[in-house]
Design a protein around this ligand. Structure first.
Ligand code: NDP
Length: 448
């Protein structure tokens, strides 16, 4: 029996923390986890999961409209935000319960309170209780970054957007990344007037340029307005409760809500990290090695708090690798190459591997194949919205090094195709695969 209260104390019960706790416990460790908000973390409580449900809800707007072209007699439909919001929040409650149950089933002790480090092997709970652990894992995730400007307190972030009392008739979204584009699509489908305001002239930095351009073009056709090179100066609250946003180089805009989606900051403040000597990088993220260990032996970190790739499945892999390495006798290093990603915009984007620009820089000689087509369903519906698939091939080896797609179900198709890219398959391998007809995915094996 060790002298410590626990073998592992985890701070943060989000995707990374829950996986690490559960796997460490299944390897026989005595584990406790502290969570000051809700078990499940950003993804389950105020991120991926409720967002995806809103995306599904938003899609009905177009589906109900298009259904008429497919012979359905659809009466005038009215969208009720309160119903969807409450159903989504109820589902989040259910999932939170399941996460708690999973931890309980694995005999992980859960403290629903804030915990801070007071030593390399000691934590303090909010009520002052001090507990010792041989190892400590920081999995506190990230928090929306709200740039400082007068009136910024009137803006909401992705934390609050799921709880809006009423659907805003007009909404201004600051930022041009994942959250901005996903919520622009959601609110636009619900009938809100959406304006995206971006400090630069690029949306979705990091994605392939042609795919980004296609999303911009389709979003504008759907009625989303974009203001580029227009940093926020201030927000003023008007007597009627509306908000007026002052922008650099643009006329002021008035709306019912302002959503700031300007990136996320690692949650490292005020939890005793610096006091015990844990090194942070310039963005405030915990610096860790391949083994997820920080600069202080015995203190580890996984997930968004380390700012490697801010994606749930990556945090889960890191949590699993940590637990297998430290408690399971199975040293595991996470492979960060060819991590697929998606943007659940309208239409959605899926991508894996190098963009065309990256491949040109890194490999020099590449071949690029594209398929620019209108999905069969969109043709009959009279929807003039084109999908774009793009394959990047290393000319020297014929290996497929990047796949980029925008169109209906792109993330679903891309996840399967990412296996081929991860496995290092060649364009010839794609060509040798018989098409599955009629499908959109068949375009991937018919690229000329
Ligand atoms: P992103 O990093 O995607 O985008 C941030 C946007 O805000 C960029 O357009 C950026 O501009 C802009 N920005 C950054 N700093 C400022 C500033 N000080 N003032 C004004 N604008 C600024 O962040 P999000 O908030 O959209 O999402 C956070 C993270 O959550 C994502 O990076 C992603 O990892 C994760 N996420 C993943 C999703 C998915 O997998 N589908 C969905 C939602 C979130 P610029 O380009 O000029 O830097």
């Amino acid at each position: 029996m060790s002298d410590f209260d626990y073998d592992l104390f985890v701070i943060g019960a989000g995707s990374g923390g829950v996986r690490a706790s559960r796997i460490a416990a299944s390897h026989g460790a005595r584990v406790a986890v502290a969570e000051e908000h809700r078990v499940g973390g950003t993804c389950v409580i105020r991120g991926c999961v409720p967002k995806k449900l809103l995306v599904y809800g938003a899609h009905f707007a177009e589906d109900l409209h298009d259904a008429r072209k497919f012979g359905w007699d659809v009466p005038e439909c009215r969208f009720d935000w309160d119903v969807l919001r409450d159903n989504v929040l109820a589902e989040v409650d259910r999932l939170e319960g399941l996460y708690g149950q999973t931890l309980g089933n694995h005999k992980v002790e859960v403290f629903k309170t804030r915990a801070t480090l007071v030593g390399p092997q000691k934590v303090r709970l909010a009520d002052g209780t001090e507990l010792t652990a041989e190892r400590i894992l920081i999995a506190t995730g990230g928090w929306p970054h709200v740039p400082e400007f007068p009136g910024s307190e009137h803006a909401i972030t992705s934390n609050e957007v799921f709880h809006l009392e009423t659907l805003p008739k007009r909404i201004i979204i600051a930022g041009g990344g994942y959250i901005a584009n996903e919520f622009a699509g959601i609110f636009n489908e619900f009938g809100s007037k959406v304006t995206i305001v971006n400090r630069g002239d690029t949306i979705l930095r990091g994605y392939d340029e042609q795919i980004r351009d296609r999303l911009l073009q389709i979003s504008m056709t759907k009625g989303i307005e974009f203001k580029f090179n227009a940093p926020f100066q201030s927000i003023e609250k008007n007597e009627d409760g509306t908000l007026t946003v002052m922008l650099e180089g643009c006329e002021p805009i008035t709306a019912d809500a302002v959503l700031v989606a300007a990136g996320r900051t690692p949650n490292t403040r005020g939890i005793g990290l610096e006091e015990v000597g844990v090194e942070l990088d310039d963005h405030g993220a915990i610096k860790v090695g391949d083994d997820n260990q920080s600069s202080v032996p015995g203190i580890y970190a996984v997930g968004d708090v380390t700012n490697r790739i801010q994606l749930t499945p990556v945090a889960i892999r890191e949590g699993q690798a940590f637990a297998d390495t430290v408690f399971g006798g199975k040293p595991t290093v996470v492979d960060y190459t060819n991590v697929p990603s998606a943007v659940f915009s309208h239409p959605p984007i899926g991508a894996v591997g190098m963009t065309e620009a990256e491949a040109r820089n890194k490999l020099g000689s590449i071949r690029v194949y594209t398929s620019d087509f209108r999905a069969m369903k969109n043709v009959l519906a009279g929807r003039n919205e084109r999908a774009l698939y793009k394959m990047i091939v290393n000319a020297a080896t014929d290996q497929v090094v990047g796949l980029h797609m925008i169109g209906p179900d792109a993330p679903e198709i891309l996840q399967a195709a990412a296996v081929a890219v991860k496995a290092g398959l060649t364009k010839a391998d794609f060509d040798a695969t018989v098409a599955l007809h009629p499908s959109m995915a068949e375009e991937l094996v018919l690229l000329k």
